[in-house]
Ligand binder design. Structure first.
Ligand code: SF4
Ligand code: SF4
Length: 139
């Protein structure tokens, strides 16, 4: 097969590996509270980097007032902690928590450059492994 076709095939399979459709969420919440102590917020596809970014986000999502800026990471992106987290690591507004909390951990997490906390009881597992993809390419 022509090398261009091979390369295209490889590209397709590579994209499939990182596609949210190739991920499933396993495990369960262990209530460590870590994801509520350090979380990232976005406006559209943009990560928040300044207090003004956060103000703009609040105009669209007033509920995000439960979050407060906790610091800036090495990439210059803001991270937040949540004021609704109880001392017992439980969410005090569980029934009315924001959509981003309900969707956590999203299958798109790794596509957005995010990772799960090491202590998190959830895992994002690829449905098709890299090994299987390589076997399909080079069989
Ligand atoms: S609203 Fe609840 S689930 Fe969401 S970050 Fe705050 S404490 Fe965690
Ligand atoms: S980091 Fe994972 S285990 Fe810990 S509270 Fe969040 S979802 Fe639950």
């Amino acid at each position: 097969m022509h090398w261009r076709t091979e390369l295209k095939r490889f590209g397709l399979r590579f994209r499939l590996f990182f596609n949210p459709a190739n991920a499933r969420v396993t495990g369960q919440c262990l209530q460590c509270g870590n994801c509520c102590r350090q979380l990232y917020l976005r406006i559209g596809n943009k990560q928040l980097c300044t207090a003004d970014d956060f103000k703009r986000l609040l105009k669209h999502n007033p509920m995000y007032q439960i979050f407060k800026i906790a610091g800036t990471d090495d990439e210059g992106e803001l991270y937040f902690s949540c004021m609704a987290l109880g001392d017992d690591n439980k969410c005090r507004i569980h029934k009315s928590r924001p959509g981003i909390c309900r969707a956590f951990p999203s299958r798109t997490l790794k596509l957005q450059g995010g990772v799960l906390d090491r202590a998190c009881g959830y895992k994002l597992v690829p449905i098709i492994s890299f090994k299987e993809i390589f076997q399909q390419i080079f069989r």
